[in-house]
Design a protein around this ligand. Structure first.
Ligand code: BES
Ligand code: ZN
Ligand code: ZN
Length: 494
């Protein structure tokens, strides 16, 4: 296999192009964005009479953004209706950040300064977040990347309620999301399972968590029959990556375990996907793994006092070599036998080994993320992830709450026994294929078999990847999961 040359510094640089900094006061030499409540015009003390009456008219016409051009600099004003900083209100501001970012890059601005007259620091942070996420670019494979680079490099936040630490934490969470995006956007010609595990090692080194990678021999020794079966049709070896962030003063006795599907490309195997449509975006099939690395990175960089472990089983799914055949029976590392009826239902096979591995930690909660089923996308589209689990009601609710807060929304489905009955095989303990309907639930029932701890499964097949940009969600990998997991861990375990 040809290995493309890119250093981690390059990888992370692409993700780090926007610096978010707190500033003591408004910067006069940078473009400005002023957030204010539309019934508090009196707070805009810099405006003269003429400008004020112009603003009044613009507000009457419900303009989203009011623009003033002075001394060659653009100054943007965001009139907001006074309302609580709900998830919806914050999302509106992130989206406004994304559209302002386009204007700033259009006018070749390199710096911008946010001033906030509302007293709600969440609004400044959401605006900066939307802008920084929208400023992401994946330029590695362009010859003229320099020319294509966005002009904006720095966002200053002049808000007396936003501390340097607030800005830095946000910067870390954004960076982590963008590292996840970059990993997803890398094609399998670069990001083999081995390369993916190397990238995780680099992120660990850079962010301060430990990373251990099991290679094929160790995976064989541990009898991870699911991971080995999916890898059987491939030239490239599988990997199983174990990341651990264990600060001295961790508040939790039992670790939070995160598991991510790391299928670096999913052809479907011998049950080949019917191209051209269904295979076209399958480099995204490691998005769960990318979300786990991203979440580990954000937690470690912000030094949260929480013990977190991340597990990523990785391989490509191909029809070559000794590829697993439909009707083959394989054995997962806990001894469970599985009749493989469709080799395209491969995610659950590699996740089974990872969920078994997680048992040794006796997790406080184990959360897995996976681009697992087309059924999840058919059920709820690309706007949300499908969530199922055995964790306590309040924990499920906390995760849903975090998802809503960062606008990585979730919809919960049941885990009734009936769906599990569909996974019974005539000749083995389980089969990997359920009935025609609600495939996201039968897949989750399959996974549940391998858990003996509080567990939540997030099927991110819908929102993980998009062929078109939408606001701050750029084309390609979205990095979904990173911000939700970070918020969940930060709010509930710190
Ligand atoms: N990686 C796919 C699921 C997927 C679909 C991810 C769309 C992202 C977007 C998964 O491995 C798969 O192929 N699932 C099959 C399972 C089926 C054969 C039971 C599916 O959903 O069609
Ligand atoms: Zn598949
Ligand atoms: Zn897959």
């Amino acid at each position: 296999m040809q290995v493309a040359l890119i250093t981690f510094e390059q990888l992370i640089d692409q993700a780090r192009m926007t610096h978010i900094k707190s500033a003591k006061s408004t910067l006069l030499n940078a473009s400005g964005i002023t957030i204010f409540y539309n019934d508090e015009l009196a707070k805009l003390t810099d405006l003269d009479k003429q400008q004020l009456s112009f603003f009044k008219k613009e507000i009457e016409q419900e303009k989203d953004v009011i623009t003033l051009q002075e001394l060659g600099l653009y100054n943007y004003y965001l009139p907001l209706k006074k309302e609580a900083a709900t998830a919806e209100a914050l999302e509106k501001v992130r989206m406004k950040g994304a559209s302002l970012l386009a204007s700033l890059n259009g006018s070749k601005s390199s710096e911008v300064c946010i001033t906030n007259l509302t007293g709600e620091k969440e609004l400044s942070l959401a605006l900066a977040e939307g802008m920084a996420l929208a400023n992401y670019q994946f330029l590695k494979y362009f010859k003229d990347k320099k020319k294509r680079q966005n002009s904006l490099t720095t966002i200053h936040i002049a808000d007396k309620y936003v501390t340097a630490k607030d800005a830095e934490s946000l910067q870390h969470v954004v960076e982590a999301t963008l590292v996840a995006r970059t990993l997803i956007n890398e094609p399998v010609s670069f990001l083999s399972a081995v390369q993916f595990s190397k990238e995780m090692q680099k992120v660990g080194k850079e962010s301060g968590f430990s990373v251990k990678v099991l290679g094929k021999k160790e995976i064989e020794a541990k009898k991870m029959g699911g991971l080995l079966a999916v890898n059987a049709g491939s030239i490239d070896p599988p990997t199983f990556t174990i990341m651990e962030y264990k600060p001295e003063k961790a508040r939790n006795k039992k670790p939070i375990v995160l598991v991510g599907k790391g299928v670096v490309f999913d052809t479907g195997g011998l049950s080949l996907k019917p191209t051209p449509n269904s295979m076209d975006e399958m480099k995204c099939d490691m998005s769960g793994g990318a979300a786990v690395v991203g979440a580990m990175m954000a937690v470690a960089k912000n030094q949260l006092p929480v013990h977190v472990i991340g597990l990523v089983p990785a391989t490509d799914n191909r029809p070559g070599m000794n590829a697993v055949c439909p009707q083959d029976v394989i054995t997962i590392s806990d001894g469970t036998t599985v009749e493989v009826l469709n080799t395209d239902a491969e995610g659950r096979l590699i996740l089974a080994d990872a969920l078994v591995w997680a048992q040794q930690y006796k997790p406080e909660v184990c959360i897995d993320l996976a681009t697992l089923t087309g059924a999840a996308v058919r059920a709820i589209g690309t706007y949300a992830s499908a969530v199922m689990g055995t964790a306590e009601r309040n924990v499920m609710d906390q995760l849903a709450e975090s998802g809503m807060h960062v606008w990585e929304r979730t919809v919960q489905f049941p885990l009734w026994k009936d769906y599990g009955d569909e996974m019974k095989s005539d000749i083995a303990d389980l089969k990997n294929l359920g009935g025609a309907y609600a495939g996201q639930i039968s897949a989750a029932k399959f996974l549940e078999h391998f858990t003996d701890y509080p567990w939540i499964h997030i099927d991110i097949a819908g929102p993980a990847y998009s062929n078109s940009a939408s606001g701050y969600r750029t084309k390609g990998g979205s990095g979904v999961g990173v911000r939700m997991l970070y918020d969940f861990i930060h709010k509930n375990y710190c």
